[in-house]
Structure formats: structure tokens, C-alpha cells
Design a protein around this ligand. Sequence first.
Ligand code: GLC
Length: 476
Amino acid sequence: MARRRVLFAASEVYPFAKTGGLADVAHSLPRALNGDYDLTVVMPLYRGVDLDRFGIVPTGEAFEVNMGGEGYPVTLYGCDYEGVEYRFVASPLLSERDYLYGPPECGYADNMTRFGIFSHAIVELLRRGGYAVAHLNDWQCGLAALLMRDDASVEAKSLFTIHNLAYQGVFEAACLKTLGIGSEHFTMEGVEFYGRLNFMKAGIGYADRVTTVSPSYAREILTPEFGCGLEGYLRHHRGKLSGIVNGIDTRHFSPEHDAALEAPYRLPSGKAANKSAFLKRTGLKGAKKPLFVFIGRFTWQKGLDLLIDALPKIAVLECNVAILGEGEAAYHDRLKAVAEAHANVSLEFGYDEGLSHRMYAAADFLLMPSLFEPCGLNQMIAMRYGALPVVHRVGGLADTVLPVEGYAPGSGDGFGIAFSAATKRALFGAVQRAVELYGDRRRFGAIARHNMECDFSWEERSKAYAALYEQLAQSG
Ligand code: GLC
């Protein structure tokens, strides 16, 4: 039997363009599903996408997106990568910019037009037929769910996945006209949000099914604390909402075969060589002391305020801390001040994939005090590299990191240090417990080894998506 065709749409896909975890999932999930389904991944063609490196060429297809009386030219590009078919939507507004969404800390003012074009282009691909399911990801594709409903020539069913509810794509009501969306959709049940237009709402309201990236986050977003103003709307649609935990690309994140590492390894004992190389590089002293790392974007979501407030106390403990990332300027300054005051805190700005791998390999613990976390991937990468995560027990962190107090060797789950209150005291307490656990070398080693053997791949986890695709395809 011919495999069913699925159009998988995302605004960023690794290795073509990436600002966050969405890009990783949009790369590794379609690849895992591609055996059972015939996947086409579609994303915008940004200026930064390296055409030569990936052999991306025009497919010869071009069309015009018509919205609000304006025509926007679209040219399709394509390539095959790791056995998956990719389509890139090129259009001047999408493709002739330096950033994906805008310079740090602000989005481009015309993002609604840019991702309106992208959503229309997705629907044009669907119109050409053959797809059983359109899997739409995050607000940038939200409008496509609405457009599909309005278009009788589209047969595909839609699945909308929320990767982060904090980013919704909210624009002035006047944009409705620019986007050519009928005013009948500008209601509380539709895309209206406090007098403005909300792309995320379009995805949630109009898609046939909605998922988010962990079961805990799927429950949390029904509450005011995590619902970002959409908790009521989500509760209304809870019948079609579920949570599926993300996997990671275990080929890319494999300590045994990682070319970025000083000394690839299979057992926790193999981390020592990587740790001493990393300490030497950063000037940190004391290979016997536990090394805590933080890797990620410097934004409030990731718990930067907690981290910065707790760091001076943490630095007094017998440990080293290494931080890598970039983000908001205020966090850069505050982190710099702490790092300058403490010899056992090292700080590097920027994002360097190779260096991050070397840090996972060197680390004994990964700090992840996120205020909220739809899923989170770093904690799983850390466990795979034999570093124990120290996490705030929310969202995907609660689902993927079980507290070490309940450690059971036979379990298929990963273990780490978890704290419940989002306070600097709770974070500091967790770090203290980590230092203590590190002193119990046998127990620490056993848990690290157990974690390294856990399955965080998409192999099993992608089956939940396959089941949803099947339900959707059969519901037609
Ligand atoms: C977003 C979320 C993160 C999740 C990722 C992939 O970046 O913030 O928690 O892991 O999407 O789904």
C-alpha cells in the first residue's frame, strides 16, 4: 500500500535555520516518521539558508499568494536531505531579511504578512493534492489551519502542535484585511484576542487535533499560571488536545560517536578526559569538584533570574559552574558581574554547537531552572552524556526527569535533581543536594550510567504522532 503523504510545516528546521528547540524537533520527528509516512517538510527560505551546502534548487514551481487585494510572488525551492523531501517557500518579504523573526528582543513589524504568506503557501501545496495530513507547528503556521477550513479543495486534515504558548503571534485587528481573512472569523470563538488578531488561536481553534510537546504542559496550559491568556480557550478545546513528549536525535547526540568531543566515550568514566580538557580551556580549577553547566538562551523563560540570584551562593560551594548562551542584554551584564566576582564561574557568550557538546561531555550536572518548559531537550541530551539534570519540576522537565530519591535501576526513565518552587532558595537547595549526591560516587555513577542507557529517541515516541496521523487520515 502506498504510504500516506504528510505535509509537515515549521518556521525553522535544523540544520537549515534554527533559533530554538522547534528546529530540532522539526528535523528529527519527520525523519523518524518517514518510514511509515511519506513526509514533505516545508519551511520559509530565509537569507541564511545555505543553498550550496544542501543542494537546494528551484523546483520550477511558482505562484502568487493573494491576500487583501495584494499579490505576493512565491517561488518554491527543494532538496532531499537524509531521505526526507524538503520544500522552501521563497518570497521577498520572507527571504530578504537578516533574521528569521527579527533582531533580538523584537519581531519584524510585518511578521503577520510574512507568515501569512507562508500559511497561504502551505495551503497552496495542500491544494495541489495528495496529502492526508497537514502537521502545522506553532503560531507561524496557525493561519494555515483556518485557511484549510475555508478551502473546499483541501482534503488534508490538520494537526497543530504548540511548542511554546508564550509566543502567539498577536497583531492589530487591521491586519485581518491585509491577510484577506473574513470578519466572520474575528470573534471570541475565532481569532479575536482582546481586540487583536491571534495566530496561535487560529491553530488551536481551527485544527482538527492539537498537541503540545509534553503531557504535563498539556495540563498546565489549561491554568491561568501557564495558559498565557489562552487557558479558557484551550479548556474549551481540551477534547482535541493531548501531550506527546519530544524525543532527541540520538545519532547527533551520541557521546560514543561525537566528533566534537575531545575523547568520545561509552561509560560515565570516559567523561574525565573531557572534563579536564574543558576545565583547562576555561581556566576552572579542580577536576574533583562537581561541574555544573547551563546551556541555553538567556531569557526569563529559562529561569535566568533565579540562576543569577542563586549564583553567588552556589559559587561558595565546592563546585564549578560554566555558562554558555546568549540573549537579552540585561542578563549578559548581570551574568558578567557574577562571573567576574567568582573564580569558579566561567561564562561564554554565543551559541557554539561543538562547544555545547563538549560541555555536556564534561559536565556532572546540567542546570535547568526554567520557569516553564513545554518540553525541553537539553535535559535529555545531558542525561545521554551522563550529566544529571537539576530541574524545576514543570512541563516536560517533570515528565522526563524523575527525582533521584526514587531512583530504581530497572526503570526506563531518566533521573535527576528536581525542585518544585521557582525560588532561588529551592534552586540553591537542589544544587546542595546535587553536590551531596556527587560525594556518593557509587550512587552518582550508577545513576549517570542508567541515564546514559535510557531511550530518549523518537523511535518509540514518534509512534504517538503516527497514531494521530492515522486517526486523522481515517476520519475523512
Ligand atoms: C520550544 C519549547 C521547548 C521545546 C521545544 C521543542 O522551544 O520552549 O520546551 O522543547 O519548543 O518542542
